[in-house]
Ligand binder design. Structure first.
Ligand code: PLP
Length: 391
């Protein structure tokens, strides 16, 4: 019997446990201080009324024999797939219903998609990065090549023609850096992928935060992407579904590799290993796409966007270099006075009683940088900004 030894190669993630440990030690020693958390990546506003009503109606349906539903289609109900197709159509992107797969969130799909690819593929991953891309590939024993995201390239690395990659992870708007690729930059990635027969795994979990019409919200805005990209989307940050769980992945019919259709493979994978998202949750998710739902989630996103603007403008006034803060809920700043990420973390905690996330936790290029999030409460965000400015 052989165990998957690649699990031994995973680095323990001490980031959030170290933060929690430091914060609780500080609050225990200073019970009179109120600590504000701007480190979390979770949302704080509740589900919007349109979603709650749709889910309540679905619960009632499930409680009546005539309308009860058991197993649904593994890839999602047509009513939700159709709503997703319509959401893309509004942006001029034409999808077929068979290309939208509903899941319990982007994280699962980002991990599970690797079932479709051989272990010997070379994977290109930006550094710093959302850690799921790295760990899921280490678990599978794949070779990872890192591409440097740094202040010089605005934390938006572009293709290096000298590097041959098979799978490429792109996340825009980016977690942790808040940076957003332009159409021109994504075009270069699509061209590179087509030339190298590579597949782009495009994480669009934060697309709803993009309001600048000049910036792309989907890789499928780029010509040729249907032949080289898969897109991962989530209701988590868009509509407060972090605990409710729902997302969707777009696998175009044109996407073929090695004579096989990735859409057909993904359908086979999902119907074999996944039994679908609860009907009640899918009804809630579909309500996000109604005019009422869109208006309500927009209000919530605007609330977070305003928090981001408040943080960003305070940093700008003080000449602190940062990315994000616009078209993104994340602000990624250079630690002042050449401080290290953890050094700045300690300083903010002790002197301003504000908690953020040290950039180093997202990869080596994150050292010297720091992530603040806009998902907090408005009054707390304003107070945190005042305190940071003071020190
Ligand atoms: N992708 C990115 C870049 C994220 O930051 C997150 C969550 O923080 C996810 C995916 C996970 O989304 P979900 O809640 O849909 O699994």
């Amino acid at each position: 019997m052989k165990i998957n030894r690649h699990y031994q190669e995973l680095k323990d993630s001490y980031l959030f446990s170290t933060i929690a440990h430091k914060v609780s030690a500080y609050t225990a020693a200073h019970p009179d201080k109120s600590v504000i958390r701007l480190g979390i990546g979770d949302v704080t506003l509740p589900l919007c009324p349109a979603v709650v009503e749709a889910m309540q109606a679905a619960v009632a349906e499930m409680g009546r024999k005539e309308t009860f539903r058991g197993y649904g289609p593994e890839q999602g109900y047509d009513f939700l797939a159709d709503a997703i197709v319509a959401y893309y159509r509004e942006r001029g992107i034409l999808l077929d219903r068979s290309e939208a797969f509903v899941s319990d969130g982007a994280k699962s799909d980002l991990g599970n998609i690797l079932d479709l690819f051989d272990k010997d593929n070379t994977v290109l991953i930006p550094d710093p990065v959302y850690p799921v891309y790295v760990d899921t590939n280490i678990m599978a024993g794949r070779t990872i090549r890192y591409m440097d995201a740094n202040a010089e390239n605005g934390f938006l690395p572009l293709p290096d023609e000298g590097v041959k990659a098979d799978l490429i992870y792109l996340c825009s708007p980016n977690n942790p850096t808040g940076a957003v690729y332009s159409r021109e930059q994504l075009k270069r990635w699509v061209e590179y992928a087509l030339e190298n027969d590579a597949v782009i795994l495009f994480d669009a979990a934060y697309e709803a935060f993009v309001r600048d019409p000049a910036l792309p919200r989907s890789i499928f805005e780029i010509e040729g992407a249907r032949r080289c990209a898969i897109e991962f989307c989530s209701f988590s940050k868009t509509a407060g579904f972090t605990g409710t769980r729902c997302g969707y992945t777009i696998v175009p019919q044109e996407l073929q590799r090695g004579g096989m259709s990735l859409n057909a493979m993904w359908l086979r994978r999902q119907t074999t290993k996944f039994n679908g998202v609860p009907y009640i949750v899918q009804r809630g998710a579909a309500a996000v796409f109604t005019p009422e739902g869109q208006r309500q989630i927009r209000e919530n996103i605007d609330y977070y966007r305003e928090n981001a603007r408040i943080i960003a403008s305070a940093l700008r006034e003080r000449g602190v270099w940062f990315t994000g803060g616009e078209n993104s809920p994340y602000i990624w700043l250079r630690c002042p006075d050449g401080m290290g990420s953890w050094e700045y973390f300690d300083r903010l905690l002790e002197e301003a009683n504000v908690v953020g996330t040290p950039g180093e936790g997202f990869g080596k290029n994150g050292e010297g940088f720091f992530r603040l999030t806009a998902f907090g409460d408005r009054a707390n965000t304003e107070e945190a900004v005042r305190r940071i400015a003071r020190i």
